[in-house]
Design a protein around this ligand. Sequence first.
Ligand code: KG4
Ligand code: ZN
Length: 338
Amino acid sequence: MKDNKLITLGIETSCDETSAAVILEEREVLSNVIASQIKVHQAFGGVVPEIASRHHLNNINPVIDQALKEADITLKDVDLIGVTSGPGLVGALLIGLATAKSMAYVLKKPLIGVHHIQGHISAIYIEHKELEPPFLALVVSGGHTSIVDVTDYNSYTVLGSTRDDAAGEAFDKVARVLGLGYPGGPLIDEAAKKGNPHAVEFKRVFLEKGSLDFSFSGIKTGVLNHLNTEKLKGNQINVNDIAASFQLSVIEVLVGKTIMAAERTKRDKVVIAGGVAANSLLRDMMKDECERKGFSLYFPSPILCTDNAAMIGCAAYYKYKSGLEDNFFLDAYPNMAL
Ligand code: KG4
Ligand code: ZN
């Protein structure tokens, strides 16, 4: 407790970021420490699960110590512990869970398992203190692409999801094909700024009429086919043009379906969350479309788009306030449904 306010310790280890955060009451972030493993995995062109687990193990205690220090509290001040319990890499999740469970046991404090997507959505509360559900959320990351109707803090309806690759996964795969490196999203975003988005009209996959699902698995093949054809013709490849054209084809579908979902659910507040929410074209196009429709648009700053424990702490607070507490049987669920 600090000044009679509840203190939550958030822990996130679902993929390649080891993070711990201290949250005061529902939305005030006292610290949000993130140890990124991007450099470790870059050599492999993607996250290697076993290596990720080992790094989480090395990083977790120093990261928690740093989060407590930056928040100027000690373990004794912590009132509850929130931890990502899924979805994610099972070995990576287990490191966060084992740590959180041990701490909850020793400190005799409540333990709250958080769904990673609920965490991404809750990131929006941190910088928009006035924002409350209901709203429509597009959650786009390396592992997820979903349109979610957020009816209350702990109440969600998934209206559509990807049937194959996540949007971030498509960015990462296409970046690899273009030789840009890993993670591909920010690199494509930068390259696209120097390219012509109409150089190649890649197919926009909208699926059946009215569907709010996505499919991004074909786009990498589309880009590969284009590159091969151009090479056979002896034409020069302009990587910036391909990046811009690919990006536009993905973002148009994301924006189109999100707006369709907002109209269908009659929500006038739209939230974008997850790693891909940092994409500059997605932000710009969504802003224009929301303005045209009279919707209010909210997105987190880039550090809260990526995986972080502040969003997990915030989600844990709202679960705790609704009486949703876990016990020590809490486990890691790699494919957990929202
Ligand atoms: O939320 P996140 O940090 O981790 C997951 O939960 O997956 O998202 C990471 C994903 C990666 O695929 C990365 O390439 C993508 O977000 N990303 C971006 C941008 N920044 C990160 N994609 C497009 N444009 C960006 N600026
Ligand atoms: Zn994430």
